[in-house]
Design a protein around this ligand. Structure first.
Ligand SMILES: Nc1ncnc2c1ncn2[C@@H]1O[C@H](COP(=O)(O)OP(=O)(O)OP(=O)(O)O)[C@@H](O)[C@H]1O
Ligand SMILES: [Mg+2]
Length: 281
């Protein structure tokens, strides 16, 4: 149940396609990073992949079955989602928020037990939140809340975890720790990230969204080229490749006076970029 396949996903709002014909397969066990500028459709795509929003065209299949025909409980056992604006309405303690992750595993024949207790404790420990366990959720800082919502997803023990900007409120220690943590688990991970260096460091593959379309999908080194970064993100990039095959990207504004390249350049229309590797400007 940890194979998620999307075909031709389209969703419209405000008279335009905000996600436009996106086909994507999550390969079992991979870490797929979803990157793209603000408003490019990442959160909308994530909502459809998680079954929280219906596509206007196309479909999502989970383990071969249509997601919209799969019982909610089965979906919740297979997929955990941490949304960009994760909120908790009621007055709950930190531990109670994480315990919500166990809901899909509970039922008349399987009441709350030691296994659930252990999953909650382990999830709290994994995100370094054990010492906050009895605090009121509303008294926590933005980053602490974010770590807690990730703990809720971990306590759910899903095959697939979908995270929308999981690190945007976190200090650098916890940014790296959370990404390393989800990567180390035997889970399939889809994470929307703004930090392209984090995407390059942790992801097996990167999907690039631009104006609702999936414009690139592949290994970090294939996708994060100066040309792609200039076209989609409107900045110049210097890419330093490490001996181990990893890369580090340095960003700067496009050279003064240059126009950002058009979003869908002609083949001969190479954007102006600085590339340390090839020494050309
Ligand atoms: N109900 C709506 N009516 C009009 N436009 C909408 C509506 N809902 C979303 N949009 C637009 O759809 C686009 C895609 O939004 P989405 O939240 O998916 O982007 P995103 O890539 O997640 O951006 P960010 O990086 O800022 O989180 C945005 O331009 C947004 O303003
Ligand atoms: Mg978003």
């Amino acid at each position: 149940m940890s194979r998620l396949v999307a075909k031709g996903l389209t969703r419209r709002a405000g008279g335009r396609a905000i996600v436009d014909g996106v086909s994507l397969e999550l390969v079992e066990g991979e870490f797929l990073a979803l990157v793209g500028p603000n408003g490019s459709g990442k959160s909308t795509l994530i909502s459809m992949l998680a079954g929280l929003k219906r596509p206007h065209a196309g479909d999502v299949r989970l383990g071969g079955a249509r997601l919209d025909k799969t019982p909610r409980r089965d979906v919740a056992r297979a997929i955990a989602v941490v949304e960009q604006q994760a909120e908790t309405g009621e007055r709950l303690t930190a531990r109670e928020v994480v315990a919500l992750g166990r809901t899909p595993h509970l039922g008349a024949l399987s009441p709350w037990g030691e296994e659930d207790e252990a999953a909650v404790e382990a999830a709290l420990a994994a995100v370094d939140m054990l010492r906050f366990a009895d605090r009121d959720w509303h008294s926590l800082s933005g980053g602490e809340r974010q770590r807690l919502h990730i703990a809720r997803a971990l306590a759910q023990e899903p095959g697939i975890v979908i995270l929308d900007e999981p690190t945007n409120h976190l200090d650098i220690e916890h940014q790296l720790a959370i990404l390393a943590l989800v990567k180390a688990r035997r889970m399939t991970v889809l994470a929307a990230l703004h930090d392209l260096n984090h995407a390059a460091l942790f992801a097996d593959r990167i999907a690039v969204m631009d104006q609702g379309r999936l414009v690139a999908l592949g290994r970090p080194g294939e996708v994060l080229t100066p040309e792609r970064i200039a076209t989609t993100f409107k900045v110049a990039a210097m890419i330093e490749t490490a001996a181990d095959g990893g890369c580090h990207i340095r960003f700067m504004p496009l050279p003064h006076g240059s126009q950002p390249p058009s979003r869908l350049p002609e083949r001969h229309d190479k954007p102006r970029v600085i590339n340390l590797l090839h020494g050309r400007v």
